[in-house]
Design a binder for this molecule. Structure first.
Ligand code: GLY
Length: 419
């Protein structure tokens, strides 16, 4: 099979690594990819926003499957255009990707299908939103979300109603996220432990794709600004078998059935961000793709053939299979350019990448080559270092041992992942 992966971050490196292990694979291409993938896949210079260009490339290169990694091209309908051209795709169409692309759609959908979630209300109007905050959350906090995609920055967890009003004003009046913030969802704050549950879905059936807990804050002790993720551990420590079953029955299966019933069959990875509350799992958010860095944490634990399952998800027939994982635990530490998620310097040469140590993998996220071919730190999140171990402590120790051998001017990482 000839496979084209769309994307160029750590998640796509982990996907390429897993697809590369498939006996079904003939040729693997990635657009645009990153230097870490060069020994597994041919990098191609394609703009995912140029749907006609991607379709033409897939036709010209006899691509049997296009795997779309990030949310933006999914929400923009790249899958729709490929499917219209008769090209097999792994990933939801634009209508189904609204589970991530519109927070209001996701909340209304859960409401219609009795899927557990916090109380919420949706507003386009600034005055009405502020009245609601004052009436419902006077003196207490709430969560304010921009309705659309906002590159991971569209969620404000407000401790006070003043902070919530500030967030609403920034989104609705200040145009902070453009069209994505022209509508907001205001939600109750819920408490508990967070966990992420992943499924692969073929429109009708879902199979388990692992669980993880990510570390969203920039600094140790869960301090500092929210990031795309500074590390992760898999399996999610808080998601025991009973809670996993409950989340599967009360969230994953109703999502799959509800989307199908509404004429929006969902196909691809389904990422359920959950809060494990005293009354059971509740949905914090859905994402229409694998997590990043959760993909880098979960996929190294996968024993089954990912490509074969993706083909089944695209064609239908996932009910005939399941994914097997090693019993080992995995820990991922993200190395970033200091300053991320704010301003940071780019371009320092990374050293130590070849100093391998047992049961560890280095996934590239924000790397590039300089004019001399050296690998440089070229993004906020630069590398994802994953280690496997018999338990979290062993995996953690191995991951940090590998991290300690890698350096560049300005490198930063949390020291308490899985701690
Ligand atoms: N790790 C969070 C995300 O992928 O959205």
């Amino acid at each position: 099979m000839n496979v084209l992966v769309i994307g160029g971050g750590g998640r796509e490196h982990a996907l390429v690594d897993a697809i590369d292990r498939s006996p079904l694979l003939a040729r693997l291409m990635v657009a645009p990819g990153n230097p870490g993938m060069e020994d597994m896949a041919e990098r191609v210079d394609l703009n995912p926003a140029d749907h006609d260009g991607v379709v033409a490339f897939a036709r010209d290169h006899d691509i049997d499957l296009v795997v779309i990694g990030p949310e933006a091209p999914l929400v923009a309908g790249l899958a729709d255009d490929l499917i219209s051209a008769g090209i097999r795709v792994f990933g939801p169409n634009a209508s189904a990707a609204r589970l991530e692309g519109s927070k209001a759609f996701a909340r209304d959908f859960c409401d219609r299908h009795g899927i557990p979630q916090p109380g919420f209300a949706r507003f386009d109007d600034h005055t009405a939103a502020i009245s609601h905050i004052n009436a419902s959350y006077g003196g207490t906090g709430c969560v304010v979300k921009a309705d659309g995609l906002a590159a991971g920055k569209g969620v404000v967890v407000a401790d006070t109603s003043d902070q919530a009003i500030e967030a609403v004003t920034m989104m609705l009046d200040g145009g902070a996220f453009g069209a994505a913030g022209a509508s907001v969802v205001i939600e109750d704050r819920i408490t508990g432990t967070e966990a992420s549950l992943f499924a692969m879905v073929d429109g009708t059936s879902a199979i388990f794709m692992g669980s993880a807990q990510d570390y969203k804050r920039a600094h140790d002790g869960d301090k500092g600004p929210n990031t795309g993720g500074m590390g992760a551990v898999s399996p999610a420590p808080a998601l025991n078998d009973a809670l996993l079953q409950q989340a599967w029955d009360e969230v994953v299966l109703p999502v799959v059935a509800g989307m199908k019933q509404e004429g929006n069959p969902y196909q691809g990875f389904l990422y359920c961000g959950l809060m494990l509350t005293e009354s059971g799992p509740q949905v914090i958010e859905f994402n229409c793709r694998f997590g990043d860095p959760e993909a880098e944490t979960i996929l190294p634990r996968l024993k089954s053939d990912l490509l074969s399952a993706m083909i089944m998800a695209s064609d239908g027939g996932l009910d005939h299979t399941s994914m097997r994982f090693v019993d080992h635990h995995a820990v991922t530490v993200i190395m970033v350019n200091g300053g991320y998620p704010g301003d940071y310097r780019k371009g320092a040469v990374i050293t130590g990448l070849d100093e391998k140590s047992g049961d560890t993998i280095v996934f590239h996220a924000g790397t590039a080559r300089d004019d001399d071919g050296a690998i440089i730190a070229n993004g906020g999140r630069v590398l994802a270092i994953t280690a496997l171990g018999q338990n979290n402590d062993e995996a953690r120790q191995r991951a940090y041992d590998r991290v300690s051998r890698i350096s560049w001017d300005g490198a930063f990482y949390r020291r308490d992942i899985a701690g």
